[in-house]
Write a protein that binds this ligand. Structure first.
Ligand SMILES: *Cc1c(COP(=O)(O)O)cnc(C)c1O
Length: 431
């Protein structure tokens, strides 16, 4: 598979080069030159395939010759070695639970796939690669866990001190080995600014081979398609589903649309946003206006200029009318999100996290006007990662899942730095 830059000013590249570079030299996002078509036989008999067979079949055309088949198979097996259950909440709404991975967030799949690809591409290199990533909570944990122990790759995670939840902090700071956590005395934007500055700093680039692990990387973006195939394996209704995805940078939902375009039956996609309503507004006005992000209780979706939206537009030939035939987007505020968590818990004893609650509300509203349809939400994080909100509105103390119990006895190790680039650079140059 060949990848081109959406800015059209850089040479085409292979999967390997796109994954190692992250972004094209012209600052465009890489995009596959064509969307492969899956056979009808494969879709119709999807229930008879194992998760691993689906993973390999779907990913193989995108990876092409960059990775030999036996190694790609192994990467797929390690990427998806947990459950993706589709759980019924009401007669019409189910929840695709994507929080059964090691860091309890859907980002595990993309991070695990990408880290193993980079480990393979780096296998003969003398120089270590240093992955720099800023996180508001979920990304850092998934990336750290995904890259833990990968040879030749060091990971440095910057997170805002005091602004991630206790479980998230333990996931970032207790791994050791090739993972270092930097606790920045500032907010997420300060962390992000440091990382951006680092990528263009001459001294750091001389000393380190730096790369990023954010969702614009094709090796993190494309494997997210697999959730949608796993959901369809468990879909027992005649009509295809309405799929509602809580969206921030729009990488996850964009991967779902790619799956649809390669043959997966889907009736409609809804991108559910919090107060950050750049895309819902675009669909209404036809004019795309990036905004400053505002803080909400579903903070992994606090994005004012979603980086992957350009990829969605590319899938629809950059035409808004085409997009609207399959896709809608709405904004749900914090008050409604809290009321939804409470209501769904009281009526159905199902505990949503704030991101899943945004999606639930958006889908429920849609189904009021499409009474013959059924659908599911993507539940992107475990509620225990956002205990303050969930416990406040439901009164329930959330049980910590067994898979993360071991974290509680570990001690946090982090490097505390003041915000601002110079402190970070000094620390790096001494490292
Ligand atoms: C990252 C994240 C999202 C947003 O996903 P995008 O692909 O950026 O749209 C939603 N929910 C949770 C819990 C996340 O961590």
């Amino acid at each position: 598979m060949i990848y081109y830059s959406l800015n059209h000013q850089s040479p085409n590249v292979s999967f390997a080069e796109a994954a190692v570079k992250g972004q094209a030299p012209d600052k465009g996002l890489y995009f596959p030159e064509r969307i492969p078509t899956l056979s009808k036989e494969f879709i119709q008999n999807i229930k008879n395939y194992s998760k691993e067979e689906i993973g390999f079949t779907v990913m193989k055309p995108y990876v092409g010759e960059s990775i030999p088949d036996d190694i790609l198979k192994q990467i797929v097996v390690e990427t998806i070695n947990f459950d993706f259950p589709l759980v019924k909440i009401t007669d019409n709404i189910s929840s695709l639970e994507l929080f059964h991975g090691p860091t309890l967030a859907f980002k595990d799949v993309g991070a695990r796939f990408m880290s193993r690809c980079l480990g393979y591409f780096n296998r003969n290199s003398q120089q270590h690669t240093t992955v720099l990533v800023a996180t508001s909570g979920d990304t850092g944990g998934a990336v750290a866990n995904g890259f833990l122990g990968v040879e030749g790759v060091d990971v440095i995670i910057l997170y805002p001190s005091g602004k991630v939840s206790p479980i998230q902090e333990l996931q970032l700071t207790t791994l050791g080995q090739n993972i270092t956590a930097i606790e920045v005395q500032g907010n997420f934007d300060d962390c992000q600014a440091i990382v951006k500055q680092a990528f263009i700093d001459d001294d750091l680039n001389k000393k380190f081979s730096l790369t990023s692990a954010n969702s614009i990387n094709v090796a993190r973006w494309l494997p997210q398609q697999l959730y949608y195939f796993f959901a369809y394996q468990q879909w027992h209704h005649e009509e295809p589903p309405i799929i509602c995805v809580p969206s921030g940078n729009f990488g996850n939902i964009c991967a779902g649309i790619v799956a649809y375009m390669s043959g997966l039956p889907v009736k409609h996609f809804i991108a559910a946003c919090n107060a950050n309503d750049t895309v819902p507004e675009f669909l209404q006005t036809g004019e795309y206006k990036a905004k400053q992000a505002v803080a909400t209780i579903s903070n992994a979706m606090d994005v004012g200029n979603p980086s992957n939206f350009i990829r969605i537009m590319e899938l629809f030939a950059q035409k808004i009318e085409n997009l609207k035939s399959l896709f809608s987007s709405v904004s749900i505020d914090d008050a409604v999100t809290k009321a939804t968590i409470k209501e769904v818990y009281q009526q159905y004893q199902y505990l949503l996290d704030p991101h899943g609650a945004v999606a639930y509300k958006a889908l429920d509203d849609y189904l009021q006007y499409h009474t013959n349809d059924k659908g599911f939400i993507l539940e992107t994080a475990h509620p225990v990662k956002f205990p303050d909100t969930v416990e406040e509105v439901t009164g329930v103390t959330i049980k910590i899942p067994e898979s993360v119990q071991h974290l509680l006895s570990k001690s946090k190790k982090s490097v505390m730095l003041s915000s601002g680039f110079e402190a970070f650079k000094d620390w790096m140059m001494q490292a």
